[in-house]
Write a protein that binds this ligand. Sequence first.
Ligand SMILES: *Cc1c(COP(=O)(O)O)cnc(C)c1O
Length: 407
Amino acid sequence: MTNSNLLAIASKYGNPLYVYDSEKIASQYQRLTSAFSSIENIRINYAAKALSNISILKLMRQLGSGLDTVSIQEVKLGLAAGFDPQAIIYTPNGVSLKEIETVAKMGVQINIDNLSLLEQFGTRNPKIPVCIRINPHVMAGGNSNISVGHIDSKFGVSIHQIPHLLRIVENTAMNINGIHMHTGSDILDIDVFLNGAEILFDAAKHFKMLEFLDFGSGFKVPYHVNDIETNIEELGVKLSKRFISFCKENGSDLQLIFEPGKFLVSQAGHFLTQVNVVKQTTSTVFAQVDSGFNHLIRPMLYGSHHHIENISNPKGKKRFYSVVGYICETDTFGSNRKIAEISEGDILVFRNCGAYCFSMASNYNSRYRPAEVLWHEGKSYLIRKRETFDDILNNQVEIDFTEVFNN
Ligand SMILES: *Cc1c(COP(=O)(O)O)cnc(C)c1O
């Protein structure tokens, strides 16, 4: 989709606004499946938390994807989007036994990541097959907030606890049908990923009833212009070869699963904001947009870089701006960015805003969360209405103090 498409969409739906390009999502999906085309039984389970709009989930289902979920609410969204329970895997962390059992009753594949709940679940439901999330302790990515494989991470059953794990499985006679790992976002080094895979293969040898191996995700996408990304094609060649040989050695026909979020939706997303104020101080020129970390928190939470362009004046002379928001908190989207000259009223687009952007939005400062639009085959579709004041008050309960005082 082009910048003039985006401008037309902004004037139709207003801003701030998230716009997603279905063609980009589809092409990323195809890129991943073709990188692993030598494997017969491969499955992509889209990680719903990256972008959980029901229309996006339906698009994923159209593409042939399954769903990776982390809460019972995401499971319900998936079912509402028409996914078969069997096409959904539930990979929670730190949730109650009650929630896991409720999801299991829905027919969804359960993935357990701690020994305490594994033992309790297995004792009470020995017939329900369970996948186990292993922590291989490989370090992926440079940001400890999004690395979930290190030794003191709260995610997964440590590879060093396999003997204990095996004792639980034996004592409960439960059926382990899958082994899973998800080592975090931003994998750049294919060898790190392959090392993790070897650890998973080793763990898998202990289980006779396995149906699948789930390698999670963590594929890095380019955020900066000319940024590097995970080389999916190289990973496809190397991991496929190893996976096929493992299945042969082990005499088992396993399914290979990936559960990408960011890889599928990040680059498809464009966040449109309007400049309210251009504020010149003694040292800096600020462009203040009608948004803040209430709508896009990744730059402040993770230090993430989102490329920013002025699509109202694309040919303008480049100048340096700090792009900031309008909420009462430091909410810097980008410092000293070279952007085509900005005037008040211009539309700025933030790139790579498909993943973990809307899904992390809040009502801080009692602002409305943005609307969402899907761009599909040359047409725009509103897939989430902008909030209204009623949404802000919706669950609030007013106390009538005059009555309290009078009693
Ligand atoms: C978040 C998450 C993913 C998706 O990670 P991305 O970096 O967005 O690809 C996959 N699996 C699990 C278990 C997750 O929690």
